[in-house]
Design a protein around this ligand. Structure first.
Ligand code: TYD
Ligand code: MG
Length: 460
């Protein structure tokens, strides 16, 4: 019997219990009791996990399931990297014992971001091992010299053999291990070459087990090859706890970090960085950055406010309608679903007598942001109309509303927060559904019920 072999001790007062209980009989503390094996099992080390939610019986017996209510919920402690935007996207910091994958095209700044995070963690007293199969320690040193942070204390290792990396992590008692990149490591257990799907999968599995067993947080870099690559991070996404994507135009300075999977937080948050000559720096005011390049007084531009997770962000939508050279007119959408563009063009045509039939239409969104909310419809329609008539939309207006197939304009959720952000950046009017509830000082609502009203308002 499992009971005879374990004692259940309160961490607060040391009182022993014959079986697990949620509350200590000695001192009355909640969730303080954990199981301690009396007989040392072969290979068993330390104390069994707290919570008493089942456990393994004597060798050979199958595990005993426990009640979910008896499982003590351990509070998540997180390691803050000190890079606010990274911590924010992670949901508050790195969770010990977790495995995070960060994907992105070569040259986007993954190694830079992680070296900066490593430097800050070391400064905060955490031990970080940065193992790179991509670069030698002296190349890492060259990068480190450019950075704002002092990365001098970070433990570095130019190594591609997984077993050696794990051994090194144990030796330096790392809190966090960064592995750059998963495509360059191999395990001795397999004969295939690094980067091979089997290697990537086996190495990730081993790293995941290492993370869970040791409580070390593991962060791995994964390259996405332009052609879809042999062992892109897609294979890994199912294994790891958290998947981050780092994206942006390599030619522009703006970099966007988002989570596409997060067992410990939300997946909607967006982190915005700019690449400087001293590494990546967090952009505290993304809206201002996204609108910085906006040329006021130019036709084909409209501003909308998106909710990126919990934060409102203002972005510019640009459209260009141009006479088509020949054949079927083109429809090119960057940063929004081309089908959404097709729907809006059809609604404008049928419900507002505004035809783009013989025009090429191009729509894009500032700085690599994606429009996934229907609330951005009105801004896309406004940008299209503005370009069509070659009349700039008023500079102090933001557009916020969903366009239905009947041409009706519907309100969007979270209007207050979006509009407050707009007010902060100097916008004075919101074009939106007449049914929007708007009470934000400094901003007035121009209420619209139908897309036809937008056409007339922009033509006036
Ligand atoms: P890197 O982190 O090596 O990208 P990845 O690991 O995703 O392949 O970043 C490479 C680019 O960033 C490279 O073009 C140089 C540039 N960079 C800066 O502009 N400023 C800096 O301070 C650093 C370190 C890099
Ligand atoms: Mg790199």
């Amino acid at each position: 019997m499992a009971r005879a072999r374990s004692v259940y001790r309160c961490a607060e007062c040391g009182h022993e219990h014959p079986k697990w209980a949620g509350r200590c009989e000695g001192c009355g503390a909640w969730n303080s009791i954990s199981e301690e094996p009396v007989a040392v099992r072969p290979g068993g080390k330390g104390r069994a996990r707290a919570g008493g939610g089942g456990g393994r019986g004597p060798a050979g017996e199958s595990p005993i399931p426990g009640r979910l209510r008896d499982v003590a919920a351990e509070p998540l402690t997180r390691l803050r990297t000190g890079i606010a935007e990274l911590d924010f996207v992670l949901g508050g910091g790195i969770v010990p014992g977790s495995m995070t994958l960060i994907g992105g095209e070569p040259g986007i700044g993954k190694s830079t971001l992680l070296l900066q995070a490593a430097a800050r963690l070391e400064t905060a007293g955490r031990t970080v091992l940065y193992a790179s199969g991509e670069e030698s320690p002296d190349q890492l040193r060259l990068r480190a010299d450019r950075l704002e942070e002092d990365a001098g204390a970070v433990h570095v290792l130019g190594e591609t053999r997984l077993e050696a990396i794990v051994e090194a992590a144990r030796r330096v008692r790392a809190d966090v291990v960064v592995l750059d990149s998963i495509q360059t490591v191999y395990t001795e257990l397999l004969e295939s070459a690094p980067g091979n799907v089997g290697q990537v999968r086996e190495c990730s599995g081993q790293l995941m087990r290492f993370a869970k067993e040791s409580g070390v947080a593991v962060i791995v870099v994964g390259h996405i090859t332009k052609g879809g690559g042999i062992a892109g991070p897609k294979t890994l996404e199912h294994i790891v706890d958290t998947v981050l994507y780092f994206e942006g135009e390599a030619t522009l300075d703006c970099r966007l970090l988002r989570a596409t999977k997060n067992r410990f937080g939300s997946v909607d948050e967006l982190g915005v960085f700019s690449m400087t000559d001293r590494g990546l720096s967090a952009v505290p005011n993304p809206s201002a950055m996204f609108l910085a390049a906006r040329a006021e007084g130019t036709s084909g531009s409209a501003v909308t406010a998106l909710m990126e997770g919990t934060r409102p962000v203002l972005v510019e939508v640009q459209a260009l309608a141009a006479r088509s050279g020949y054949g079927t007119p083109q429809r090119v959408a960057t940063g929004l679903d081309p089908r959404r563009l097709a729907v809006l063009l059809a609604v404008l045509e049928r419900r507002a007598d505004t035809s783009f039939a013989d025009l090429d239409v191009f729509v894009q969104v500032s700085a690599g942001v994606r429009l996934t909310e229907a609330g951005a419809d009105l801004a896309v329609a406004a940008a299209l109309l503005s370009s069509l008539h070659n009349r700039p939309a008023p500079a102090d207006v933001i557009f916020l509303g969903e366009v239905g197939l009947g041409g009706e304009i519907r309100p969007t959720g979270g209007v207050e927060r979006r509009v407050q952000e707009a007010a902060r950046l100097g916008f004075r009017r919101m074009f939106g559904s007449a049914r929007s509830a708007l009470q934000v000082p400094g901003i007035s609502l121009v209420g619209l019920n139908h897309i036809g009203q937008l056409v007339r308002a922009l033509a006036a």
